[in-house]
Design a protein around this ligand. Structure first.
Ligand code: SAM
Ligand code: SF4
Length: 368
């Protein structure tokens, strides 16, 4: 059977694809194409507009989720490698005022380990037009900071939680800290950081049972559960499709206990396919990043903690804004470099292509 680009979730081709350089050799100096718009939205050759910026604040973490990091951790970025708060604020201002970014999500690594998080959130909230501000976190330490973050301008949080079983939790994260995550969830609700979403990646052995328990828990607490297919972004490059739980497997596990009906509301660029649970209005989202790519609707651009723009989670090239910043580049040069990076975005992540190459950076150093 022939497979069309639409079925794969790929965008229609609009211009000549840009050449790429390796992730190891950033493309800060890549020259912009004559066809690339110098103003207006952040657009790529396929006509997709990026308005959602994911900012990784640190590559460090206090958990060691097996699908993300090795037990011993990684070679962390040094202090000099990281963007300074002044550099980061400048890029955030540029993204909002010149590139049309309307939504900013802080992530990591673990963003709550970033000491100046409240300050960055407050500075972002002062930008005009004010972007929506969200946080993806493992929740550890959030209980003590949720109110301050909300006061600084944080709008909402996604908290990652793969299981409610303390033994499974310790096996998946290699840390015995489930209660701190649960405290963080409760505090997020009290602080008004809703709708509070729970992100789960399922363990192949315990995941189907964990998914059912998580959905019951989320329904009873008013959290929105999003279950994500595990992607080939682990530091050890050990991902194997057969060791993951597919979107279909997730649905089957949930259907054994719940009635799931397709939510007919338009999905837009949201990655999750929503299902009404037991007639609604509560929903569960399933994010089939691997088995049903949604690259055609992607509206994301990414900035790593060391100042690299990535046009995709799976990009194998980066654009080094930190180097430009430290060489004294003006805002127009930074803007052009960012636009050029996005203009070169590939049609899709290619996970299902025979020649797929996993990016060198793991998820924790990109920012999920
Ligand atoms: N430490 C924070 C957290 O866990 O929420 C933020 C960073 S973490 C990289 C962001 C999200 O990426 C989490 O929800 C995590 O479950 C997800 N993630 C990490 N590795 C993944 C992988 N290989 N495939 C799919 N999702 C992954
Ligand atoms: Fe840390 Fe988040 Fe990666 Fe888990 S998924 S190791 S919490 S960065």
């Amino acid at each position: 059977m022939g497979v069309t680009p639409t079925l794969l979730g790929l965008p229609a081709f609009r211009g000549s694809p840009a050449s790429s350089s390796a992730e190891a050799s950033p493309s800060a100096e890549a020259s912009p194409s004559a066809a690339m718009p110098r103003r207006g939205p952040l657009i790529d050759t396929f006509g997709r507009v990026a308005s959602d910026l994911r900012v990784s604040l640190t590559d460090r973490c206090n958990l060691r989720c097996t699908y993300c990091m090795p037990a011993e951790g990684l070679d962390w970025l040094s202090r000099d490698d990281l963007l300074s708060p002044i550099e980061l604020n400048r890029l955030l201002r540029l993204a909002v005022t010149r590139l049309g970014i309307t939504s900013i999500r802080f992530t990591g690594g673990e963003p709550l380990l970033y000491r100046g998080l409240e300050d960055i959130v407050a500075a972002t909230a002062r930008l005009t037009p004010r972007p929506e501000i969200a946080l993806t976190t493992n929740g550890i330490g959030l209980a003590a900071r949720a109110a301050r973050l909300a006061a600084a301008g944080l709008d909402r949080v996604n908290i990652s939680l793969d299981t409610l079983d303390p033994v499974h939790f310790a096996a998946i994260t290699r840390r015995d800290r489930l209660n701190e995550v649960l405290d963080g969830l409760a505090a997020a609700t009290v602080a008004g950081l809703g709708p509070v979403k729970v992100n789960a990646v399922l363990d192949p052995a315990t995941g189907p049972r964990d998914a059912v328990d998580l959905l019951r828990f989320c329904l009873s607490h008013g959290y929105q559960l999003r279950i994500i297919e595990q992607m080939p972004l682990d530091a050890g490059h050990r991902w194997r499709r057969e060791d993951t739980v597919s979107a279909r497997g997730i649905e089957d596990a949930l259907r054994a206990e719940f009635d799931l009906r397709d939510d007919s509301a338009p999905r837009g660029s949201a990655p999750a396919r929503l299902w009404l649970v037991d007639g609604g209005p509560a929903t569960v989202g399933i994010i089939a990043s691997v088995s049903e790519a949604f690259c055609g609707a992607c509206d994301r651009t990414r900035l790593t903690a060391d100042g690299q723009v990535r046009n995709c989670l799976f990009a194998t090239e980066e654009t080094d804004l930190r180097r430009l910043l430290r060489r004294g580049a003006d805002d127009t040069a930074l803007e052009t470099a960012w636009r050029t990076a996005m203009w070169r975005k590939a049609a899709g992540h290619g996970i299902n292509d025979p020649g797929f190459v996993q990016p060198q950076r793991p998820m924790s150093a990109i920012g999920g």
